[in-house]
Design a protein around this ligand. Sequence first.
Ligand code: ZN
Length: 147
Amino acid sequence: MTQSYGKAGEILRAVGFELDHLGVAVRSLDEGVKFYRALGFSEMPIEEVPTEMVRVGFLNLDNQASIELLEPTSDESPIAKFLAKRGPGIHHVCLRVKGIDEIALKLKAAGVRLVNETPRPGAHSCRVVFIHPASTGGVLLELSERS
Ligand code: ZN
């Protein structure tokens, strides 16, 4: 799969992107937020994302990016599986893009391994596609388009 690193990178570079957020898996939002409260984050809007079986809390940074804490709502949640395997920690990096449908088609055509080939609903009514770590050098990469 090494050859698809370059392809995913070239496609994303051509369409443009910004860092949207870092996703951090936590066992519970109450526990997970403690460090960030100490960092000075006082607000954490919470949203449930049924498609991912998670509750997410957003810590918004001044530079338009954010940190997303993800708490599983079911043992079947990908986050529950991640926590069981590795414990709490960085789960994914999210890049904000425009034209996500077309980008997903291009990535798929280039042989990039996608977790979901069709954009699906994420938090904040965004639409998201996940690129498998095998195609990014080891990091689960979320692409997100704001509606
Ligand atoms: Zn995310």
